[in-house]
Design a protein around this ligand. Sequence first.
Ligand SMILES: Cc1ncc(COP(=O)(O)O)c(C=O)c1O
Length: 386
Amino acid sequence: MNLFDVYTINEITIVKAKGSYVWDDKGEQYLDLYGGHAVISIGHTHPHWVNRIEEQLEKIAFYSNSIRIPLQQQLAEKLGKVSGKEDYQLFLCNSGAEANENALKLASFHNGRKKVVAFSKSFHGRTSLAVAVTDNKNYVAPVNETGNVIFLPFNDEDALEECFKENGKVISSVIIEGIQGVGGINVADDSFLRKIRSLCDENGAIYIADSVQCGYGRSGKFFSHDFAGVNADIYTMAKGMGNGFPVAGIIVAPHIKPKHFQLGTTFGGNHLACAAALAVLEIIEEEKLMGNAVMVGKYIRDELGSIPQLKNVRGRGLMIGFDVPEELKDLKKNLLWNQKIFTGEAKPNVIRLLPSLALKKRDAEQFIESIKEEIHNLVSTPNPVS
Ligand SMILES: Cc1ncc(COP(=O)(O)O)c(C=O)c1O
C-alpha cells in the first residue's frame, strides 16, 4: 500500500529531537524554528513531559468518558489558573478542527441560530464546519459548502458593523484567529476584537477565539486575544497544548450552560492526553515560557526589522512573519539546506517562525546570523533571469 499523497514534503527523515533541535537519520542537526507547525511549545522531548507520559502509560492510557477521569479536572484547574480564565468550563477533544467544529456547534445550540461570521484569509481546519469558515476554496469540498457563512474583510470594523446591522438577529457566532497563521501572520487589531465583543453582546452572538495556533502562550500572553482586554465566549486550542501529543479543547464562558449529548468524543480527554497537557502547563508556568516568548520574540523581530530586504516584519511573541521579496524567493529553502534551519511559510511570499516557546536567545542569534548570510549570498549571486 502507498501513502495517500496529500502533502508537499522535504526529503528529510527526522529521527531524534531535543529542545529546539532535531536530527535526521544521517546525524545532521537542524534548528527548529517551525516547531512542527507551531506544535512544539515547551521544547521537543522535554524530560518532564516524557516522564509524565511514561508514568501515566504504566498506569492507564485510556478509558472512555463514561467514567470519572480526575486528570481532566486537574487539567481544567491548571488551565484555568495559567490562562486566567478560571470560571470557564473545559471540553476536551483531539484536534484544532474538532475544537472549532465543537465551538461553532455549541454557539448554534446556545442561541438557536445558523449564521457564522468569518474573515478573509482565515484558516480554521478541515472538518465540515471548520472548513466552511475557512477562506480558501481549495480546501472546501462541494459537500462542505453552506450558505450559512458570511466572510468579511479582516480588521474592517465598518464592514463588521454593517453586517451586524443587516444580520444581527440571525448571527450565531463570529470566529476569528487572534493572529492569523496560515493566512500569513496577520494580527487582529485590538480595537477590532473589542468591536466583535460589543457587537456580539448587543446582538446575542457568540465570540469564538480560535487560539489553535496563536494560543497557549505563543504570543507572550496565554491567548493572543487577551491583548484586546476583552474575553471571548469560547476559546479553541490545540497545537501547543500537548507539545506533540494530540490533544485539543475548548473553554466555554460560564453563561453558556452544558447539556448532555450535545458534545462528545471517544478519545477526547483520555488519561494519556491529560498527562501530556498537564506537563505542558506545568513547564510553561515553571520555566516562565510566556516571558521568554516575549523577550526572544522581540529580539528576533527587532533584528529582522533592521534587515532592509525583509519587509513588514510582524507578529507577537514567538509567532512571527515577514514578507520575502521575489529576489529572495529561495531564502526559506536555503535556510533549510545550507544553514540547517527549519522555518515555516505562508503562500505566496511569507516566512513564518513558530519555534518552541523555550527558544534560547543564542539560538535566535544564530538564526539572525544565518539569515543575513543567506540574504547576502542571494543578493550577490542573483538567480539568472529566465
Ligand atoms: C488557526 C487554526 N485553526 C485550526 C487549525 C486546525 O487544526 P488541526 O490541524 O489540529 O485540525 C489550524 C491548523 O493549522 C490553525 O492554524
